[in-house]
Design a protein around this ligand. Structure first.
Ligand code: ATP
Ligand code: MG
Length: 425
């Protein structure tokens, strides 16, 4: 039998109800914050990610699905959203609209990683990008969007960590201090980080290897090297978060080790049985648009892993886990006339906005009722010759067992189910 590829998942109806709920909440929350949805292609030129994500990152160095297409081009399945959205911003001259340009996406992404809980090869992210506004209030708004979405979904147990990684001006002195620090510990670093030492020492702070993490714990902190402008930006951001009542922790270990990432970086971190996992990560990237060939334009955004969000909801035993696709009413029928009647009634009910179900496999009445139970239908109606002749039937509330006689019209049944009243004729 052919199986699905390692690190990919089928989302079955039981689970997709939760996905749809999350998606609906994302769309609503983004509309309230004035963000418009963008959808970009699954594949892009490899160069876009080499430049836009950075060729010293794990993503570009180890994780990209890159191949040559039949025309000899180097193609990569998108590993993240920011570079693609930035390309689109430039390509469609969105900078000529009144700024900022506020965009969000919900798309699949591809990374060749070792699959484990919350780490897949095809995964999904919700993310936002805000171009053309560089104030601390912009950063606070972006963070407050992620915060509000998590609140709206009832996610608890996440900590907001923030940091500033400065700007190219103040970072050069910091990079020197870092290179010096890591050089004296070079033997302990993993091979990748040994290479990063001269190219991009800040990335070492972000390395997953335990030993590198231990070494990095004693490294100099960017916060001690911020220039006046960057320090003021960070202080104002903290103030804005406080004004909104959003709690945060300053965490100097959060970095984005690329030149075009600037100032604010942040993560929402979950603690599942002592194991930390980043559900949402983002930051300011004032140099990115220029890096990919556009006019200098400031920007900030984040990406939130939907699979990790769902893992968090599951450990929380959230009520959302029981979102079901159960039918509102099951129509059982005995005999051919009743079956034909049921066929029409179910069709009419569905057209009236009621989710209705009936047996399609020729079950006995007893088996039909068992099936209705299994589907967790809220109501059931049994149709036989008597019901059809009299135009009345009994509707049973499957939750509390109560029964009522009702007129057999789709509109009447829809009113009962959706209004909860109007029993009888
Ligand atoms: P990590 O440190 O966990 O590898 P990252 O820094 O690579 O994360 P980003 O590139 O910032 O992650 O992506 C944003 C979010 O996307 C992450 O916080 C996470 O929730 C999610 N994510 C990243 N990689 C994966 C993956 N392979 N499978 C599922 N979700 C992922
Ligand atoms: Mg990663």
């Amino acid at each position: 039998m052919i199986k699905r590829q390692r690190g990919t998942e089928d989302i079955l109806p039981e689970e997709s109800a939760l996905w749809r709920h999350i998606e609906d909440t994302v769309h609503k929350t983004c509309r309230n914050f004035g963000y418009g949805e963008i959808r970009t292609p699954v594949f892009e030129a490899t160069e876009l990610f080499q430049r836009g994500v950075g060729d010293t990152t794990d993503v570009v160095q180890k994780e990209m699905y890159t191949f040559e297409d039949k025309g000899g081009r180097s193609i990569t399945l998108r590993p993240e959203g920011t570079a693609a959205v930035a390309r689109s911003f430039v390509e469609h001259s969105l900078f000529s609209n009144p700024q900022p340009t506020k965009l969000y996406y919900m798309m699949s992404f591809y990374r060749y990683e070792k699959p484990q809980a919350g780490r897949l090869r095809e995964f999904h992210q919700f993310g936002v990008e805000c171009f053309g506004a560089g104030t601390p209030a912009t950063d606070a708004e972006v963070i407050s969007l992620a915060y509000t979405l998590l609140k709206n979904l009832g996610v608890t147990g996440l900590t907001l960590n923030i940091n500033s990684i400065g700007c190219p001006k103040c970072r050069s002195e910091y990079s020197k201090a870092l290179t010096e620090y890591f050089s004296s510990n070079k033997d302990k670093l993993c091979d990748t980080c040994k290479e990063r030492l001269n190219k991009n020492p800040m990335r070492i702070i972000d390395c997953k290897s335990e030993i590198c993490k231990q070494v990095a714990a004693g490294a100099p902190k960017m916060l001690d090297y911020l220039c006046d402008e960057c320090r003021e930006h960070f202080e104002k951001l903290k103030k804005q978060l406080e004004i909104m009542g959003i709690e945060y922790e300053v965490n100097p270990k959060i970095v984005r080790g690329l030149d075009y990432y600037t100032k604010t970086v942040f993560e929402f971190i979950a603690d599942i049985d002592g194991a930390k996992s980043t559900v949402c990560g983002g930051g300011r990237y004032d140099g990115l648009i220029e890096e990919i060939g556009g006019k200098p334009t400031v920007g900030i955004g984040f990406g939130m892993g939907i699979e990790r969000l769902i893992l968090q909801l599951k450990t929380q035993n959230s009520a959302l886990n029981s979102i079901s696709a159960a039918p509102e009413v099951f129509v059982a029928a005995i005999g051919e006339d009743a079956e034909n009647f049921a066929q029409k009634l179910v069709f009419e009910l569905r057209k009236s906005g009621v989710s209705a179900e009936r047996d399609l496999t020729g079950r006995s009445l007893k088996a039909q009722m068992k099936y209705a139970d299994k589907l967790s239908a809220s109501y059931s109606i049994v149709l036989g010759d008597n019901e059809i002749n009299s135009g009345e039937a009994v509707i049973k509330n499957m939750r509390d067992g109560s029964q009522n006689k009702i007129a057999l019209s789709a509109q009447n049944i829809a009113d009962i189910i959706h209004g909860g009243e109007n029993y009888g004729n």
